[in-house]
Design a binder for this molecule. Structure first.
Ligand code: GDP
Length: 613
């Protein structure tokens, strides 16, 4: 989404009650930029730019316009323009009225911050044309290097549009994006969601969007393959609107740009749209400090040794700088850009491949410049130790039970959910009902909702975003279950909607307790009793079904009635040998802890306690 509209009162706006038809008065200074006018009206830049064009005025976003020009556009937005009074000028710089990203910018030393090229990630369903679009932009918009124009695939490149640079990460797809996020990297500033006009919104489109939303990135939609006879852009726009990606043409906030990677139609519009969105979010960095950023790729090349592609996100990287990237380090020996040209320095948003590290770092790891090799070595050593310690600790992700305590500790601001259901008919009511459960302070946000099994991708999304997965009449597939277990991700399955809602509600109030169920894993029949002095009765038994386990719980059943339960197994023997388990159709001796009242013909059920929800 391109815009952030606040519900708060906009400075300079008040209502003229004396008029028959309520028209808001907007106090406007003698001169202001298009951006400032948009802010003043609480309108999106796109809406305002469109209105300028409708009125035959060509103005760029940061261009100064005079009162009269602003008044014409303000009128189209239903405002009556008035010259600003000094008191309002003071109110306007009230920091608390600034959107968050502006406040951040205001708090920094403004002289140090400069605009940098936006970094773009391209996502979407398979075969919708992500690679083709990246290729066509690369081949037509990348300036050739002096090295003879041989473009190098280094994981990213910079294209030129309207005299400005745009950095494209050229490993498309959200798997790469998620892998980076899983390591804590936030490489991109804007996501281009590619949707084929002949195929429309597909499951991976929705998945990709969920990842983008989890990362809070603004989205530009590239409606690709419009050259095809069966392209149906209007239908796709409808599908996009259902995903809250309403096209700006339809009064929404999302720029949906029809393109063709084949005929190259619309490519310029796409680049322009990216720049427009970039201008809305102010993409800044301080080039005058030591560099830091993200590793895009790491590999070993014959003859060159370890080579890493780095994206500088802040500061400027220079040859002979000492870099630490994850567990690798070294002094930069040589640096190349995406055209193969050798560089001496690289500023913010510039992707480069570098030589000089002792081993290839992993994609998604952060890198930083440190003062000298000694510090670098110490940092890597500390990280190795930390990694070894972390490997010994069990990973536990957020769970529904501990949500409230995390909220109270300030670690969670909202309850993030990924909801999967068996059919559309049940997905909608589930999503609608859980969304209403939050309060102003404690929000419930559904990050991703779809029909189908819980997949590995859902688990990955949960892992990087701290979300909890809820399945309604659907369960994780085997890969998802495996990954969820290793990552400690909480997956809940429900088949009754009120139970599901109740759990979420209880979690929101910190009252949810885990539920357990006993699952019988084996049944033994007692065939003979052996009395062992000082030990007690041992049940000579035959395993009728399942498995008898030494570490399971046991209950004794006589004639269908439970005599005792929650008993420990004090001994389990095959002949004279102690064993951990005995399977169906084998005989064994079973001793029960603190229970002697057994008879021939009794059954011993072995069970384990499993968490159901
Ligand atoms: P990806 O899986 O999203 O990276 O998709 P690709 O870029 O590999 O494209 C999938 C197929 O669609 C390829 O056969 C492309 O040639 C074709 N394709 C991509 N863009 C267009 C387009 O704009 N028009 C047409 N007609 N075909 C396209």
């Amino acid at each position: 989404m391109v815009t952030r509209r606040s519900q708060a009162m906009v400075p300079g706006v008040c209502t003229a009650n004396h008029m028959a038809q309520e028209k808001q008065i907007l106090e406007i200074p003698d001169f202001l930029t298009v951006r400032e006018l948009a802010d003043l009206m609480d309108a999106t830049l796109i809406e305002v730019m469109k209105e300028f064009i409708n009125n035959g005025i060509m103005a760029s976003i940061n261009q100064q316009i005079d009162f009269d020009t602003a008044a014409i556009v303000a009128d189209s937005f239903g405002f009556e323009a008035r010259p600003e009074t000094p008191a309002d000028a003071a109110a306007e710089v009230d920091e608390t009225d600034l959107p968050a990203w502006r406040r951040l910018y205001e708090e920094e030393d403004p002289s140090a911050l400069q605009t940098r090229a936006p970094v773009i990630t391209v996502l979407g369903h398979v075969d919708h044309g992500k690679t083709s679009l990246l290729d066509v932009i690369r081949s037509s918009r990348v300036q050739e290097g002096e090295a003879g124009g041989i473009t190098q695939h280094i994981g990213a490149y910079q294209a030129e549009a309207e005299g400005r640079l745009i950095t494209f990460l050229d490993t498309p797809g959200h798997e790469a994006f998620t892998a980076m996020r899983a390591r804590g990297a936030q490489g991109a500033d804007i996501a281009v969601l590619v949707v084929a006009a002949d195929d429309g919104v597909m499951p991976t489109t929705r998945e990709a969007l969920a990842h983008v939303r989890a990362a809070n990135l603004p989205v530009v939609v590239a409606l690709n393959k419009i050259d095809k006879n069966n392209a149906n852009p209007e239908l796709v726009k409808q599908q996009l609107a259902e995903l809250d990606l309403k096209s700006d043409e339809w009064g929404g906030d999302t720029l949906v740009v029809p393109v063709s990677a084949k005929t190259e139609e619309g490519i310029d519009d796409l680049l322009q749209a990216i720049l427009l969105v970039a201008d809305e979010i102010d993409i800044l960095a301080n080039p005058k400090r030591e560099a830091a950023g993200t590793v895009l790729e790491g590999r070993t090349e014959t003859g060159r040794g370890p080579v890493a592609t780095l994206l500088v996100q802040n500061g400027t990287l220079r040859t002979s700088d000492v870099v630490v990237a994850g567990l690798s380090h070294g002094r930069i020996k040589a640096m190349f850009d995406h055209t193969g040209q050798q560089l001496k320095e690289a500023g913010p948003s510039v992707p480069i491949s570098v030589m000089g590290l002792d081993e290839p770092p992993h994609a998604g790891e952060m890198f930083e410049v440190v003062k000298d090799i000694k510090i670098a070595r110490t940092m890597v050593e500390e990280r190795r130790q930390e990694a070894a310690e972390a490997a010994n600790r069990q990973v536990v992700g957020p769970s529904l039970e501990d949500f409230f305590s995390r909220f109270q500790a300030g670690e969670a601001k909202e309850l993030l959910l990924i909801i999967k259901a068996d059919v559309d008919g049940s997905l909608e009511p589930v999503v609608n009902s859980v969304e209403t459960l939050g309060t102003d302070d404690l929000k419930v946000r559904v990050l991703h909702a779809d029909v189908g099994d819980i997949t590995e991708d859902d688990v990955n999304l949960a892992s990087v975003s701290g979300a909890i997965i809820i399945g309604f009449n659907t369960r994780p597939d085997s890969a998802a279950a495996r990954v969820a277990e290793s990552l400690g991700i909480d997956i809940r399955s429900y088949s009754i909607i009120y139970k599901l809602i109740e759990s979420v509600e209880l979690a929101l109030h910190g009252l949810l307790e885990p539920e357990y169920e006993d699952k019988v894993i084996g049944v033994a029949e007692i065939r003979q009793i052996f009395r062992v002095p000082r030990v007690g009765n041992i049940a000579g038994s035959y395993i009728l079904q399942g498995v008898a386990r030494r570490n399971a719980k046991a209950r004794v059943v006589r004639g269908g009635e439970v005599l005792a339960e929650n008993l420990g197994v004090s001994s389990l023997k095959r002949f004279e040998e102690d064993v951990r388990e005995v399977r169906t159709d084998f005989e064994c001796g079973i001793g029960l802890a603190n229970f002697d009242d057994i008879q021939e013909g009794d059954r011993i059920e072995f069970y384990v306690r499993e968490r159901v929800n």
